[in-house]
Every structure is written in C-alpha cells, then in structure tokens.
Design a protein around this ligand. Structure first.
Ligand SMILES: Cc1cc2nc3c(=O)[nH]c(=O)nc-3n(C[C@H](O)[C@H](O)[C@H](O)COP(=O)(O)O)c2cc1C
Length: 330
C-alpha cells in the first residue's frame, strides 16, 4: 500500500494559492475549519541573483506559524524556481531551518514565470527539471514532493515526467489534470490521476475541479488517489472539508439545500475571523476591503442571483458597507 509520512490516505489538503494562503489566512481557516488535514504556503520564488537568507523564508511562511511545531506538522513550504536560481543554497537553508516538508511547484502557468524557466516550463525541459529536482533531493533531507500539470503544450511526456520524478526520490506527486496551455479551461481530467497511480509506486494527490462532496467521493473512487488537494473549490467553499467529514461521520445530508442553509453563518464566521487575523498584522479598513473583495470573487456562485449578490460586495465603497452586505445576506 502507498504511504506518505506527512499525512494519511484520504486526506483533504488546502492548496497553495498565491495571494491567498498567507499566514493570517491559514490561521483563520485553521481556527474555524480544522477539518482540513493539511496546508501549504503559496510559492516562494527562489532568487537567481542577490543574497538569500533564512529570514526571507521565515517571513514568507509567517514568523508565528514557523515557530509553532503543531502548525509546521500540517503545512508544506512551497517553492518555485528555475535551473538558474540559487537552488543549492536555498535547499541548504531550508534544511538548516528544519522545514519538515518542501513542495516544488512545477505547475505554475504564468507567462513571466515560464519565460524565466520556472513552474510548468520545467515539464517541457526534463534536463533542467532533473537538475532542479536532484539539487533539492540531495540537499534537503526531509519530505520532498512535487506539484505538476500533465504537460506543457500537450501530455506527450506525462509518463516520462512521472517516472523521472519517482526515480529522483520525490515522495509524492500532486497532479492538476490540465496542461499548462489549457490554463483553467474546460474541466480537469482525472483520468491522468488514475493513470499516474498505476504508473508510479509513490502516492498521487488528485487536484482540479473537486467542487463538492459528491466530487470528493467520485475522484476517490475513480482514481484511488492518495489524497485530494483543493484550490478554487476551497476558496469557494472554505468549509467543504467539514461538509464531507460530517457526511462521513453521521450521514448528514450533503445536498444543496443543506449547503445553502449553512452558508450564511459560515460566510459571516469566515470574514469575521479573517478580519481578526488581518487586523493583528496591521490591516486597516481600506486594505481589508481590498482583500475581502478579492476573496468575494470566488464566493456566491451557487447563490440565487449570485452575480447580483457578488457585485454588491464588489461595489462596496467602504469596509462598513461590505460588512452590512454580509449581515444582510439571505
Ligand atoms: C489564485 C490562485 C493562486 C494559485 N497559487 C498557486 C501557488 O502558489 N502554488 C501552486 O502550486 N498552485 C497555485 N495555484 C494552483 C492551485 O493550487 C490548483 O492547482 C489549481 O487551481 C487547480 O485546482 P482547483 O481546481 O482545485 O482550483 C493557484 C491557483 C489560483 C486560482
């Protein structure tokens, strides 16, 4: 049976999300929806030039959480890099800092990142991918995983990529079932997750378009993936892991009526807790409003007249107005 030292089979993982999963956000989610089994910080870009120091890594992760062993036990540190970056030095620092789990981002589709030789670009250049992966594997002694898409332009080298990563000593692979060129178009293809599971012996973590509790059941049963990672669905329904676990525990209905009924209370709790966390790092009303508007983009999709509800939040002229909309939610 496949195993991974950091979490059990069947775990539900909150994905790394740039601009979202920073320390205050993760703290808020951990406080109110502890049903998520595992987290990751968003990617830290390893610099190509200039001095790199331990402090830079600690600040990216969040200093308080970095010094909390319970949190470190449940969180991966994600990096984004290219073959030209200071990988050896970065790996040594991460090892010296006793980071327990390092995850390498090989899925980022950003044009800028890819044209600098990072993210999903490395799926199209196996020589550079091996250079990067082996440098981290040789210099970082603890858990090391990789997060990929199924290819860059197409899926032609998918199988080879998996075998290389396994051969280099990567301990688990998260697969987002799209190529880089597909960006977020269409629906992620879980067939790749199933295939990968048969091709390599290491655990495969399924990712992409797992929106509902029914989707969770379906992806587990169709692919037998080791765990599931949630990005946009976790932003849309931050209590999704709770819904699924409640359902497993006591058969609580997971149908839409239940979700709609619960949602107002969850949303208020979500924003209230986020406000508390962001205020502790000095956010004032204007910054909170900007941040909360960006979080609102992913909410309300299943609301009746969701577009109208969302645009009310997005058009708020003040933080006070935003909060009024929240309290007046149906
Ligand atoms: C706003 C946003 C930020 C993201 N940031 C990261 C990141 O920092 N690292 C990473 O590996 N993937 C990142 N991703 C990709 C997601 O982790 C995930 O792989 C992708 O969204 C597909 O899964 P989903 O359908 O569950 O969203 C990001 C995605 C979004 C939408």
């Amino acid at each position: 049976m496949k195993t991974f030292s950091r979490y059990k089979k069947g775990s539900l993982l909150f994905a790394p999300l740039e601009g979202v999963t920073d320390e205050p956000y993760r703290k808020a989610i951990q406080e109110i929806f502890p049903e998520w089994d595992y987290y990751s910080c968003d990617f830290y870009r390893i610099p190509t030039v200039g001095k790199i120091s331990p402090k830079m890594f600690i600040e990216h992760f969040g200093e308080k959480q970095f010094h909390d062993p319970k949190v470190m036990d449940k969180t991966a540190f994600q990096i984004l890099t290219s073959a030209r970056a200071q990988n050896q030095r970065a790996a040594e620092i991460l090892a010296e800092l006793h980071i327990p789990h390092l995850d390498l981002n090989l899925g980022c589709p950003s044009h800028t990142v890819n044209s600098n030789g990072g993210g999903a670009y490395l799926l199209s250049n196996h020589r550079e991918m091996i250079q990067v992966v082996s440098t981290f594997r040789k210099n970082f002694p603890r858990a090391f995983t990789v997060k990929i898409r199924v290819g860059y332009r197409d899926d032609a080298s998918f199988e080879e990529t998996l075998k290389i990563l396994e051969g280099e000593g990567v301990e688990a692979i998260t697969i987002h079932g799209r190529t880089r060129d597909q960006l977020y178009k269409g629906r992620a293809n879980w067939e790749y997750i199933k295939r990968a599971n048969e091709i390599v012996k290491i655990p495969i973590i399924g990712n992409g378009d797992v929106w509902t509790a029914e989707d969770i059941e379906q992806i587990f049963s169709e692919t037998d993936c080791y765990a599931i990672m949630f990005g946009r669905p976790a932003m849309k329904t931050p209590w999704l892991a709770k819904i699924y676990k409640d359902y497993l525990k006591d058969g609580t209905s997971i149908d839409e009526t239940f979700l709609l009924y619960e949602r107002k209370g969850y949303l208020q709790l979500y924003f209230e807790t986020l406000e508390k966390e962001f205020r502790t790092i000095g956010f004032h009303d204007d910054l909170l409003l900007k941040k909360f508007k960006s979080f609102s983009l992913n909410l309300f999709e299943d609301y009746q007249e969701g577009e109208t509800v969302r645009s009310k939040f997005l058009r708020s002229m003040s933080f006070e107005e935003f909060k009024n909309h929240l309290w007046n939610l149906k």
